[in-house]
Write a protein that binds this ligand. Structure first.
Ligand SMILES: [Zn+2]
Length: 282
């Protein structure tokens, strides 16, 4: 059975000029619709759900539009857009689906910008963290976005219920993830390494975790590792089929949350390849 895509057109309603703009998701969903995927509409996360992860003062400031940095503007009603995106991640976690709603989330920590960086890197609420906390299961978070998920690491560092594993480009924003720390396992790769080195590293990363210790897999699914994207590891569409295949072999109930990936055409084709790899091998 095809994985359901969690999506609402409402998420297209902000930030037309930004690199994290509506087109990336609009074009990608059109491609997925043309390939026969079914779509499910999310409901927004409640303030109670958001506060499972984020500090109340940060939530209040976000609601009032008082939280702005050079990369992460305080758009009108951004709190509502962010709650819808967090709600989409929660919905994906309940139906083992793929949330393609924006804004992304893995750079934002409990209090906003994670320690040591000036920006939340296009993120307002940590969608995957909220979904994982709400699910309440022993979870492996696999972050395949090309940037290190510093917000997610900060949130779950030392949490006995969660292991965070990231494979990302370095040097690049946010500059963290050079080494592993406690339950946060990091693999940093040089730009444009290509599929061979990527998969050698991917397999090494997988050997660090015992799937039997987890009840769920949450994937921060970023596609900016695609060649020429913002954190290129030199991957091409067929490589995402292989990633999906390897993830399926973990044998865990999984859900997927879109992070980066800034070329809508590539994002749509890469998600399709990824989900085909996953579905044909689970
Ligand atoms: Zn990224």
């Amino acid at each position: 059975m095809k994985t359901k895509i969690v999506y609402s057109e409402k998420c297209l309603g902000y930030g037309t000029w930004h690199v994290e703009g509506p087109q990336r998701v609009k074009i990608a969903t059109e491609i997925l619709a043309s390939k026969g995927y079914d779509f499910v509409s999310p409901t927004p996360a409640t303030e109670d759900q958001v506060s499972l992860i984020h500090d109340m003062e940060y939530i209040w400031n976000l609601k009032k539009g008082l939280v702005e940095d050079s990369d992460t503007p305080a758009y009108d009603n951004i709190f509502d857009f962010a709650c819808l995106s967090a709600g989409a991640a929660i919905a994906a976690s309940k139906i083992n689906g793929f949330s393609i709603t924006r804004p992304p989330g893995h750079h934002v920590g409990k209090y906003g910008a994670a320690l040591g960086v000036y920006t939340r890197g296009f993120c307002y609420l940590n969608n995957i963290a909220i979904a994982v906390k709400e699910l309440g299961k022993k979870t492996l978070i696999l972050d395949i976005d090309g940037h290190h998920g510093n917000g997610t690491q900060e949130i779950f560092l030392g949490d006995p219920n969660v292991t965070y594993l990231s494979i990302h480009q370095s040097p690049n924003f946010p500059g963290t993830g050079g080494t592993s720390e406690a339950n946060c396992i990091n693999f940093a790769l040089q730009p444009n390494v290509g599929g061979k080195i990527y998969f050698e590293t991917f397999d090494r990363a997988m050997s660090c975790v015992d799937p039997a210790k987890f009840e769920a897999l949450a994937v921060s699914a970023g596609f900016d590792t695609h060649s020429c994207d913002l954190a290129s590891l030199g991957l091409v569409t067929e490589n995402y089929f292989e990633i999906g295949k390897r993830i399926a072999k973990l044998g865990l109930p999984a859900f997927f949350v879109l992070e980066g990936g800034y070329n809508g055409q590539n994002v749509g084709l890469d998600i399709d390849a990824f989900l085909r790899g996953y579905e044909e091998n689970r």
